[in-house]
Structures are given as structure tokens and as C-alpha cells.
Design a protein. Sequence first.
Length: 512
Amino acid sequence: MNKILLFLVLISLIITSCGEVSKPRPTATPTREVARGTSTPAVIVTPTDQTRPEPLAEAKDLPLWIEEFVHAYGGIVTVNNHHMDADQLLLEIQSNADQYIELKGINGMPTRFLVINGIPLAFQENGRWRESTMGWLGSQNGLVFTFQNDPIEPQLQQQALKKLCDGNCGIVVAGHLQINSVFRDFTTEDWGRILGNWDKVHSVMNAGQIPSGYAYSWADADQSMSMYKQMLGTVQWRAQHLLWPTIDNLTSSGYINEHSVTRQIYDMGFSAEENLKLLEFMVRSRVNRYPEIETWDVADEMVANFMTEIPDRRIWLTMTDLSLEDLIIKIAEWVKQGNPDSKTVINESGVFDHNNRWAGPIRTRTLLLLQNLNQAGAPVDGFVEQNNLWIGIGIDEDQMNEDIDYINGLGFELADSETMIAVGDISISGDTRKLYPVTGSNEKEAQAIMYQHLLSIYLSKGVTTFGFGGVSDANAWTNYNMPDADPLLFDDNFRPKPAYYATLQLLYEQLP
């Protein structure tokens, strides 16, 4: 019965739109009579450019959609066993539009899509054709895509951001709210003054305010967040780096800074109790300053650094004389004091990288950490796996499913990701042992398949956010030591890659 109804709807749409083929239109204007009652003459309604469905061949952005699509595959695509460049494919669609239009129900509403090789490039909304972006398709699947704020100004990424977000976006504030950014101008006298006036400082923070009289550096975060708000409108915010666990601190642009706030405090020789107070001050002042941030990382790569057994990478555990679990619980409690409605998450890398020979110990200790936090009733809501992956070793989908189920079973939401899937001859973790040798042009296709499979797993678990470690290869942090990794969905010129279109295909297939 559903197939019969769908067939009748399709026939009706084809008749009312006069088809999509490029035939000359008659000069006579079709009319339709609308009955208004027996005593009122019939009203003649003349279709206008605003009321008649727009033929696909006349969509003004159709050439752009085709050009971007073909460019992603090296300038030539194979459609119906024919190799075509952008101009040839455009002509083919304009001449035979009906062959490339699919009718798909979205929550029970039939919607027409332009589909090439299973990939939806556009859809018809209120009679007009518009681009079928990743952000829009994500919203139809109940999914928000997130990405890290980048040192490159957002204006340079505007077209890529439209495809990624399209009114449905989350941004992860990274280095701009790191300890070494916000507190970089604090002096040794400032730290001593905080401790000397602790009762007053603590009272101000308990009131949801920020202690005054200190040289906070909010400008980097404020400027970045303001630019994204202006460009994207409504944004969901998540912030990293309430605590960077090592003695070396990042600057707002991601580089290690010679001036380390952590080192400055360490060298002052405070007691463990005093160091804990200073850490509470640094956490709560940031949480109070940004109530719009909905999710806070209460631990960033703390397990990875803890596992190294290098003293500088365990410095805050040493300075506070707390266990890994107890320090994380403290930070989570401080966040909830400042914003009870916010989410708190653990952020680690390597837990789902099962084929990485160096990730096993991190995975084992992270799962133990989550188990211990669960048993302690810690106010931690979710887990973020960064997913720094590599096509050379792929992913173990069965093991990943098992681990996600275990984490969810402990009560932790799979809250987000910072996915980057590297190509080239070396993994993001430095591994060069390839299980799946892929070279040349096939690398981008392998990357696309991995992105598609990974997102499919996340969708099957009912996630509501899925994130990336950036927007484009032009500003991926891997460029500092792996310039050929090209791990993101957009290339150096902010144009979509096969991985982007593979994501569109999956989201289209998953439409409710």
C-alpha cells in the first residue's frame, strides 16, 4: 500500500510541475478555478514565478553544486557508466532532470532530491531548489555537527561553514580558554593575593560572579565566539582545557608557550591545599564568565598524559596530591556549582583506535577511569573520544560497538568527537605500520569510507552530536608535524572532499 501511495504522489508531482525536461514552455498561461461558494463567481488563479515549482534545470545554483561535486573527485565522475566533467554532467542533468530526481519521505512528508550516484546534492523546499548540505541533513537526523574554533578567521571558511552548519552547528572552544591564555598576565603577586583573600574570592565565585582586580585575558575567546555568532547565528558551545594536565601550557593558537602559568605556580612552592584553591579559582572564574557554554571538558587527555609516567605530564596530580579520579571529580563539581545545567565530559584519544598498537594501555586505563567515576557517583555526564584515526589501520567496528555499549552502560553519554582521519604514510599517533596499504588517489576514497562507517556507528548509538577536529585541511593542527595528513572534510581551499559527500550519502540514507 505504501508503494502505491508513493507512486500516486510521484505521478501527481510530475503532472503539477509539468516535468523537469527542458522543453519549450507554451505561451498560454495555465489557470485553475477555485470555488468560493454558489453565489460568488469562480476566482481565476494565475501561477507566478513564486507559486509554480521551480524546474531543476532552472535552479540558479545548479552549476555550482555540480562543479563542487565533480571537483571533489578530481574533475571527472562516472555517472551511468559515462565519464563526465562538470560541464557534461550539468548538461546531462538539465536535459534529463527526471532521471536524477528521487522522492523521499522526511517524517512522512514527500521531498524531491537531486541525487547523483546515491549522493543528494539538492532538494526542493517550498517549490524552490536549495543545496542539500551536511548541516541540514544532520538536523533532519537529529544530529548537530561540531568543530573546533580555528586560528584562521571564520570569514575565510564561510562557504565550508555553510555546508557544515546551515543553521545547525556546535563549536568547541579550544586554546582560547586554556589556562595559559586566560591567566597569562597574572603575576606571582596575584596568585598570592588570591590565597590571601580566599574567603572573599570564594564568596564571589559562589555568587556566580568573577573576582575583580585581576588581569584576565578574555579577549581571544570573546573575539572568536563573537565572530562565529555573527556568522552562524545560534551556536551550541563546548569548551576544552579547564585543565591541561602537563606543565607546558598551550597558547590560544595551539603552540607550546615558554611562559607556563602552571610552571609559574609550581615554582612558587605552594602547598597541595593552596594549589587546589588556585585551580578552583581558574576553573570557576571561566565557568562563571561563560554561562552560554553548555558543555565543559573536565579532563582533556589526562589519561594519555598520566600513562606516560613522566613527572611533568602528571604535574597537577603532584601539585594537588590527588588521584586522577579525585582531581577529575573536583573539577566536575566546580563546573556544576557554577552552572548546574551544563554537561561535563571526559575527553580522551585512542580509546576507539583498536588497531593502533600503542593505544591499548590508554583504552584500558580510560575504561577503568570511567568505571571508577561511575562507582563514585561523580558528576560527569559524558565521554568524548577524539577519533584521531588513520586509513592505514582502519577501525575495528565490532570492538568499537562493544566499547560504546560498555561506556553507555556505565551511564556516560557518547557526547561528541573531534574526528580526524589521516591519509599518508604515518598515523596521527606516529605509527607507520600499515594494515591496509592504500596509496595515491585511492587515499581520499578510503578516507571517505572510514568517515562514513564511523558516523554510521555513532548514529546507530543514538548520538546527537558528532564533531571534527577542525574545518579544512588548510588549518588542521596536524600540519605542524604531518603536512600530508589532510584529515578533514574540506581541502586546503575549503572545498568539499569525497569524505564530505560520503557523509551526505549516509545522512540521506538515514533520513527518518
